[in-house]
Design a protein around this ligand. Structure first.
Ligand code: AHR
Length: 491
């Protein structure tokens, strides 16, 4: 949470943080990922048998290493839109027997050479929790229950035994299950009304909890409300992608996501109030299980959505991550869409090697340092006052030149500041308990590049992290178009 005071651009900005002003615990799961059967995310991304960089399972070792470095705590699979016609049984058992199917969401052919057991094994190798999305399009409840049983049951029953027959004795204990994906959208196979969705989500959640009460179940927003769903559903899912061809509109667009979080949290409270839910029942959190900067015109899904990100996009990702830290009270999980090749910070190349796009660097810094507890921050800064993307953000949210969040993590205060201004450096008072600590060495990490259009490709790396220290004395200059992460170790 930040409080914001607008000043003129020529006045001196100020940021004040108090390490005692803890607001909320940050769920590590806000640094989650997402892998879908689309483009080169699975095939050629995480799974590439025959590639010299693949291990004995066909998993790309360089990708595994990068995701470990990111400490990705949870990864969603297998879609996305893909899941609306996905039958998990097609993707288990001997590979030679697995059927090829038409893939309707992205107009492809699904070979099913990578499926449940491969994904769960890959998660174990990466060191991340799997999160499955159920087929609410052509799938049946019976099939969904079979999938839960296959993954999680230790009993002597058909699907648990099928898993054993396929070589896995112990249950995988998949904890997170989503009830469909974006079922409201006209692009979905089997689009639904909110009433139909709410009813189906309730019936499926009830049955899954009967099979295994420990499952964590997430519908999308349409299932909000109804006292009956409260004990069954653990989080509500929302998705947003932001973009604009104009830099400042692009970098401030994630403020729309912040408002969506606030609105969704309000709706959750409304549903609780209207249904007289006792305070002893935990308040459901938001699962932001698809987010990113995505321009589907630059990077169409049907062509694999391989978006080349700019420094402007990296700053937008910095603002996105500030949003999740500020709104930690409401957000139980967030999953960048996607983890490899598809609208991703991480790109595999055909001749080996990995490109870390501009957006990799803010993600890495946040995932490394912006954990623990959210701190209140006071920001005094000039503000971008032009048109926003989407337009309704103007009038609803502030769009300061300095977008800020702060955390307390094991005795270290970490402050993230995105200066979205394309031309101006801001000489800023950095005050509060940080200064009182009298510490002289503040670690500083800066992400920037020659201009907002800078990109990273196999040939050139224009955006990265530079490191320095600062004596912590009062004034710090935040360079134009940059993300700065400052770290104070408390005495
Ligand atoms: O991440 C790409 C697609 O965007 C997902 O499949 C879908 O859920 C969303 O619309």
């Amino acid at each position: 949470m930040t409080s914001f005071t607008r000043i003129a651009d020529h006045e001196r900005p100020a940021i004040s943080v108090d390490a005692r002003a803890v607001i909320a615990d940050i769920d590590d799961n806000i640094y989650g990922g997402f892998t879908e059967h689309i483009g080169r995310c699975i095939y050629g991304g995480i799974y590439d048998p025959g590639n010299p960089l693949a291990d004995e399972n066909g998993f790309r070792k360089d990708v595994i290493e990068a995701l470990r470095e990111l400490r990705v705590p949870v990864i969603r699979y297998p879609g996305g839109n893909f899941v609306a016609t996905y039958h998990w049984l097609d993707g288990v058992g001997p590979k030679a027997d697995r059927p090829k199917r038409p893939e309707l969401a992205w107009d492809g052919i699904e070979s099913n050479q990578f499926g449940t057991d491969e994904f769960l094994k890959w998660c174990e190798v990466v060191g991340t929790e799997p999160y499955f999305c159920l087929n609410f399009g052509t799938g049946t409840l019976d099939e969904a229950l079979g999938w839960v049983e296959y993954c999680n049951s230790d009993k002597d029953t058909y699907y648990a035994n099928l898993r054993r027959k396929h070589g896995r004795q112990e249950p995988y204990n998949v904890k997170y299950w989503a009830l469909g994906n974006e079922v409201w959208g006209p692009w979905q196979v089997a689009q639904m009304t909110k009433e139909d969705y709410a009813n189906k989500a309730y019936q499926w959640a009830k049955a899954i909890k009967m099979l295994d009460p420990s499952e964590c179940i997430k519908p999308n927003l349409h299932a909000l409300g109804g006292s009956t769903t409260v004990g069954l559903i653990d989080m509500h899912s929302i998705h947003i992608y932001t973009t604009s061809p104009e830099h400042v509109k692009n970098a401030t667009a994630p403020r729309a996501a912040e408002r969506h979080i606030e609105i969704t949290a309000g709706l959750i409270d409304l549903a609780r109030a209207e249904n007289h839910i006792p305070p002893t029942v935990p308040r459901q959190k938001i699962c932001f299980d698809e987010w990113n900067v995505w321009d589907p015109v630059r990077a169409p899904g049907e062509q694999g959505a391989e978006q080349l990100f700019t420094l402007s996009d990296a700053l937008a990702v910095g603002v996105w991550l500030n949003v999740f830290v500020r709104q930690a009270k409401h957000v139980g999980m967030a999953n960048i869409a996607q983890s490899v090749n598809v609208i991703s910070p991480l790109m595999t190349t055909s001749d080996g090697g990995l490109v870390k796009q501009t957006t990799w660097w803010p993600l890495l810094l946040f995932s490394k340092y912006m954990r623990g507890k959210t701190l209140a921050v006071n920001v005094r800064s000039g503000e971008y006052r032009g048109e926003t993307s989407p337009a309704w953000v103007r009038g609803s949210m502030d769009t300061p030149w300095l977008d800020v969040s702060a955390v307390l993590d094991n005795g270290v205060v970490n402050l993230a500041v995105v200066n979205v201004h394309e031309q101006l450096d801001f000489v800023t008072e950095v005050a509060g308990i940080l200064q009182a600590s009298g510490q002289q060495q503040v670690e500083i990490y800066t992400v920037t590049g020659p201009g907002v259009d800078a990109v990273n490709t196999q040939e050139k790396q224009e955006v990265g992290i530079t490191e320095q220290t600062w004596d912590g004395r009062g004034i710090y200059t935040f360079p134009k178009h940059s993300l700065t992460l400052l770290r104070w170790t408390l005495p």
